[in-house]
Design a protein around this ligand. Structure first.
Ligand code: CU
Length: 149
């Protein structure tokens, strides 16, 4: 005869469970009220982030680089543009007092690029900070210093 109280208890418990479920179900939609807050803040897509990859360009004329040095960021490459119908051979090193001095600094990318005239080639990337010297083996005094920061 002790089964009736148990059944009652069971009924009460299930009822409580159902009630709590209902409470949870009812609470959920209430909490998700602040949805329309982030409406229209579509600030116009401004300012095209300037200068694409053309930033590290050095032009070469018949006998020299347009600039004697260029500063780039670590990991960047340099685009060399041969603007005339004259060949160049760019390698690691420099002209010192009229003498070609091949040399490759620690961390420098190996550079050995031939231009046949009116062409464009990339050198690098320069992955180490430092100062690196490049020269044209054909044209005396044709030096380019690359500063990597
Ligand atoms: Cu040259």
């Amino acid at each position: 005869m002790e089964q009736k109280p148990l059944r009652l208890l069971w009924l009460v418990l299930t009822a409580l469970a159902l009630v709590s479920l209902l409470l949870v179900a009812c609470t959920r939609p209430g909490t998700t009220s602040s949805t329309a807050a982030n409406a229209s803040s579509s600030s116009g897509s401004s300012s095209s982030a300037s200068s694409a990859s053309g930033g590290n360009t050095v032009k070469m004329d018949a006998t020299n680089f347009e600039v004697s040095s260029i500063t780039i960021q670590k990991g960047e490459s340099i685009t060399l543009v041969d603007t005339v119908a004259v060949p160049h051979i760019i390698q690691n090193g420099s002209w010192v007092n009229g003498t070609a001095k091949p040399a490759i600094e620690p961390g420098a990318p190996k550079v050995d690029v031939q231009f046949s005239g009116n062409d464009t080639k990339q050198i690098g990337p320069f992955t180490t900070a430092g100062t690196f010297k490049l020269y044209c083996t054909i044209h005396q005094g044709m030096n380019l210093t690359v500063i990597v920061k």
